[in-house]
Design a protein around this ligand. Structure first.
Ligand code: GTP
Length: 595
């Protein structure tokens, strides 16, 4: 296909603003999917994605659209959650234009705004579109002005469509052809194609989605991955419309898929450049980096004998999740498990859910933490991803990851939002009004302060009206300490946490209080302490069981009944011994849950 008739675009939208519905409608209007075949949510393939209503993996579909000639439109799907910012950036880099899709009853949200900025930085042509204009609650005039102000166009240029009824969709396709520039590349140069997604398929191995920038790729030729230098034979190359179909190759500006038979997405990394083995490009395309886990948690099987199943399950999940990293770890309290790194909290939840659902595992996960760089007095440095590895020696400095957060909300909530960000150690970077009623606030915040429950706190302070997006923004030095929790003088490693010095006391009091409630009385008094190093900062006491209470409850042959009782307990609750203290498994689970 000559590049002049190709248009590569993506749709930038907030969750629920109707991206999937519009994409389906485009496939139907262009005749790629017949009315009958039209399946709801055509682009989302995984069960979890459908149930959660989010798109995790991006894909690409080719559609013909006739104007003066027949054009080839490649629609590249972008993930819609903060955990996947890097994948979004690679999808955008594969396009020349973006449809900015905004719900006409909601207006623009922080996520959309963040991705819009990303698209503008990449010099994409933006086509502003208001969706769901069929809704009685739609306010197209109001939101057209907001969008126009944001991207600097005339409100009249903001297209109005309904993915549901199909109104305005042919006009949108015409605008894509007219306004988005065709791809430019050197047809005779050595091949360079960017990987914007790679998905593991049980039958075919890894399916790699690429956008060709220069040169061309053909079936059976040998290719090389520029970051790893690994070479493979191209078993199949093709395009998706709407099912994968082999082609005679892919040329400049074309978008499609490759199959090489590799079995692990790590061999086909998002952002990497594919070139020919024999005629290699001198320089890879820019923008590649390895996925970097941001959040870590220990995962332990509730039943210790499930450990081998957990290990096999992680090995399997890794095949289609390049960002998943893990290593074995042992906890005095929880036994054998793994320290697992995730892109963010959603990624963590998805992995957990898959382990439980697809592999039938019951798991305990420790409180998630970010990773810290610790420099010791002797000049040595270490990365800490597990609080129990926090060095006891003299610490010179500690740095923690920070993010740049964008919050969008009605202006009446400015005070409440600032207060929240302040309490989370945030620094205000700037504030802009999108309209008299809506404001955008930009903050630098420590990742550890926002990754777990910040969004919920924000929602509850703004009656659900605020939206949030953030992206990694380097590291900063911080005054952090490790708080240990001790039961009768023994540290329970699963409860150790790295927190800011100002918050150490609150964490200690809260955890000691929780455990006092959760751990049943023993034959002796059990002190529950929180400590920084050897300094105790909080203390609770679990009182001993009084002998007469026992006697009253179980009249008759006490020793026999007690034995029975012990047996029952063994079967019902699994007890863990921490020193000489019996702690029921449920107490760990409850204490580690975040509410
Ligand atoms: P994610 O896949 O979660 O990112 O969501 P999405 O943006 O793809 O939204 P989706 O297409 O799933 O639509 C979200 C909801 O809005 C669904 O209940 C749709 O039926 C509804 N919806 C989508 N487009 C329209 C529209 O044009 N009009 C109306 N009335 N409802 C729509």
């Amino acid at each position: 296909t000559p590049p002049e008739v190709i248009r590569n675009f993506c749709i930038i939208a907030h969750i629920d603003h109707g991206k999937s519905t519009l994409a389906d409608r485009m496939l139907q209007v262009t005749g790629v999917v017949g009315e009958r075949q039209m399946r709801a949510q055509y682009l989302d393939r995984m069960d979890i994605e459908r149930e959660r209503g989010i798109t995790i993996k991006s894909q690409a579909v080719r559609m013909p659209w006739a104007v003066d000639a027949t054009y080839i439109l490649n629609m590249i799907d972008t993930p819609g959650h903060v955990d996947f910012t890097y994948e979004v950036s690679r999808s955008l880099a594969a396009c020349e234009g973006a449809v900015l899709l905004v719900d006409a009853a909601q207006g623009i949200e922080a996520q959309t705004l963040a991705n819009l900025y990303l698209a503008m930085e990449n010099d994409l042509t933006i086509i502003p579109v208001l969706n769901k204009i069929d809704l009685p609650s739609a306010q197209p005039q109001k939101y057209a002005e907001e969008i126009a102000g944001l991207i600097g166009c005339d409100p009249a240029d903001v297209l109005r469509v309904s993915g549901k009824t199909g109104e305005g969709v042919p006009e949108l396709l015409d605008r894509i052809v007219a306004e988005i520039p065709p791809p430019v590349g050197e047809a005779d140069a050595p091949a360079r194609a960017m990987i914007f997604d790679s998905v593991y398929d049980t039958y075919r191995g890894v399916i790699t989605y690429v956008r060709v920038v220069d040169g061309s790729l053909s079936p059976r030729e040998r290719i090389a991955m520029m970051s790893t230098k690994a070479t493979h034979e191209l078993l199949e190359i093709g395009a998706i419309s709407p099912e994968p179909a082999p082609t005679q190759g892919l040329g400049v500006g074309e978008v499609g898929y490759l199959i090489t038979g590799v079995k692990d997405v790590r061999q086909s990394k998002v952002g990497d450049t594919v070139t020919g083995e024999r005629r290699q490009a001198a320089q890879p395309l820019g923008g590649y980096h390895d996925p970097r886990p941001m959040v870590f948690s220990g995962l332990y099987p509730i039943d210790g004998s499930d450990y081998p199943i957990l290990r096999d399950a992680l090995d399997k999940l890794k095949l289609n999740d390049a960002a998943l990293v893990y290593e074995p770890e042992t906890s005095g309290a929880l036994g054998f498990g793994f320290r697992v790194g995730f892109l963010g909290m959603l990624h963590l939840e998805i992995v957990r859910e898959r382990l439980e659902r697809e592999f039938g595992l019951d798991l305990i996960s420790t409180l998630p933490n970010v990773s810290y760089d610790v420099r010791l007095d002797d000049g040595s440095e270490m990365e800490v991803t597990n609080p129990s590895e926090f060095p006891a020696g003299k610490i010179a400095s500690i740095t923690e990851p920070v993010v740049r957060g964008t919050i969008l909300a009605p202006s009446e909530f400015i005070g409440a939002i600032m207060e929240l960000c302040q309490s989370r150690r945030g620094t205000l970077l700037g504030m802009d009004y999108l309209s008299p009623e809506r404001v955008e606030l930009r903050y630098t915040l420590p990742l550890a302060e926002i990754v777990f429950d910040f969004f919920d706190a924000l929602k509850s302070r703004t009656r659900g009206y605020a939206s949030l997006d953030y992206e990694p923004s380097g590291d900063q030095e911080a005054d952090l300490v490790k708080v240990d929790i001790l039961l009768q003088g023994d540290t329970v490693d699963a409860f150790s946490a790295i927190v800011h010095r100002d918050k150490a006391y609150a964490y200690g009091v809260q955890m000691a209080g929780k455990l006092k409630e959760l751990i049943p009385r023993q034959q002796f008094e059990v002190p529950v302490q929180a400590a920084i190093g050897s300094r105790v900062i909080a203390r609770e006491t679990i009182r001993a069981i009084r002998k007469d209470v026992l006697a009253k409850c179980y009249g008759g042959d006490i020793s026999r009944k007690r034995k029975l009782l012990e047996k029952q307990k063994e079967g019902k609750k699994r007890m863990k011994m921490v020193g000489s203290v019996e702690v029921p498994q449920e107490a760990f689970i409850a204490a580690l849950s975040q509410d």
